[in-house]
Design a protein around this ligand. Structure first.
Ligand SMILES: *Cc1c(COP(=O)(O)O)cnc(C)c1O
Length: 384
């Protein structure tokens, strides 16, 4: 079976893990955690970084640190992994679901601006929803498949409406916008995930990046049990979300290979683009507008077929494939969330076919994947 996205463990992972064991630093304090955070800062051009236990935890901590409170509304796109909505819920806040744009499959900024204009009002400096009167405190743009959003427009809208910006760049490591790394772009915080299927992994883990020292201090305090001083003294209800030295050891070894990994991800994206560019039934994944996508996952948009019409046949022929994210407004816990017109998410979600994109995939395997998919599609067309 050619897998969708599996880790590529080819560097110093084993060596660093042995170092953890021989030095007895296996838990949440240790030199690899500090090194990993420092490497993340250098790599993303961020002033500060805090490594945590998952991308979900990173989102949760970042939202609390920028001031999201109980009963707030937090704006997010429908087409994302459920962690975005869950992190908002973990704060006691509620997702306000928006559509994606067809150009980049990211938060639809045109709709965002129109809806904020029509459906919110200022109560002093607090933005509120016209009908529910809930405070609207933050917006969480998501890098779909790793591709950046239009930072300039979002920063302008966020500043006009006094919204904090927490970027869900879970799969965005290595992304750039107008030549700038993600830690050097306008946002109050940016989060990354190092889950096993992401571009690089720490086994499991996440991080918050920020250039704002007070945001990072809050993230650290809240994620480390709210402890004050060396004894068992705590000043708030907090969380235990730290990354362990073992995870950070793997993360460091992975980050050392980031350039090679991104290069291979780009090759995979180019290969599929070439293989499918002239087929009338297929459209390519969008690239970042004004940015460099790290090509976390590659694939195609089926124009007149559903993903479910091809997944079984791909599986039978040894190619792992599945329906990708189901939009949030269709998920049981978020069906009744406040939701705008989501026609674009509705139209694309069941036609997005993610193809095997692991760094270890060979040229021959990619050829097999593209030939097989083209055969399956022409087979379905001929049956009609
Ligand atoms: C992977 C992912 C997350 C969550 O990361 P975990 O480390 O699995 O908690 C959040 N948002 C998006 C868009 C993701 O793809």
């Amino acid at each position: 079976m050619i897998p969708l996205a599996i880790p590529c463990i080819l560097g110093n992972e084993e060596k660093y893990l042995k170092e953890c064991i021989s030095t007895n630093y296996v838990s949440s304090v240790g030199p690899f955690v500090d090194r990993f955070e420092q490497m993340l800062c250098e790599n993303s051009n961020s002033k500060y970084a805090t490594a945590l236990s998952s991308g979900t935890a990173a989102l949760h901590m970042a939202l609390l640190a920028v001031g999201v409170q109980n009963n707030d509304l937090v704006i997010m796109p429908s087409y994302t992994f459920i962690a975005t909505a869950n992190a908002i819920s973990h704060c006691g806040a509620h997702p306000w679901i928006f559509d994606v744009s067809l150009e980049d499959w990211n938060l639809n900024l045109k709709q965002l601006e129109e809806v904020l204009e029509q459906k919110t009002y200022f109560d002093g400096s607090i933005l509120r929803h016209n009908k529910t009167h809930q405070r609207v405190s933050a917006v969480v743009p998501v890098f779909c498949m790793g591709a950046t959003h239009d930072y300039e427009s979002l920063a302008r809208i966020a500043s006009k409406y006094n919204l904090s910006v927490v970027v869900d760049a879970a799969a965005g490591i290595g992304a750039k916008y107008q030549g700038k790394e993600i830690g050097d772009l306008p946002a109050d915080a940016t989060i990354l995930s190092f889950n096993g299927n992401k571009t690089i992994t720490s086994g499991g883990g996440g991080a918050v990046l920020s250039n704002n020292e007070s945001v990072i201090k809050k993230v650290k305090h809240l994620s480390q049990t709210g402890r004050v001083g060396p004894n068992y003294e705590h000043d708030c209800v907090a969380y235990n979300y730290r990354m362990t030295n073992l995870q950070a050891a793997v993360g460091c070894a992975q980050l050392e290979q980031l350039d090679d990994i991104l290069k291979k991800k780009k090759e995979i994206s180019l290969f599929y683009s070439e293989a499918f560019s002239n087929n009338p039934s297929l459209e390519l994944f969008p690239q970042s507008q004004g940015g460099d996508s790290p090509n976390w996952l590659s694939g195609v948009l089926l124009k007149d077929l559903k993903v479910e019409q091809v997944t079984d046949r791909l599986q039978e022929l040894g190619i792992q494939s599945r329906l990708f994210w189901k939009p949030m407004h269709m998920q049981k816990p978020y069906k009744n969330s406040l939701c705008e017109n989501v026609e674009n998410a509705n139209s694309i979600w069941d036609r997005i076919l993610v193809l095997p994109s692991s760094v270890s995939i060979t040229q021959k395997e990619m050829q097999y994947v593209s030939d097989t998919l083209l055969n399956i599609i022409s087979g379905i067309k001929n049956e009609k």
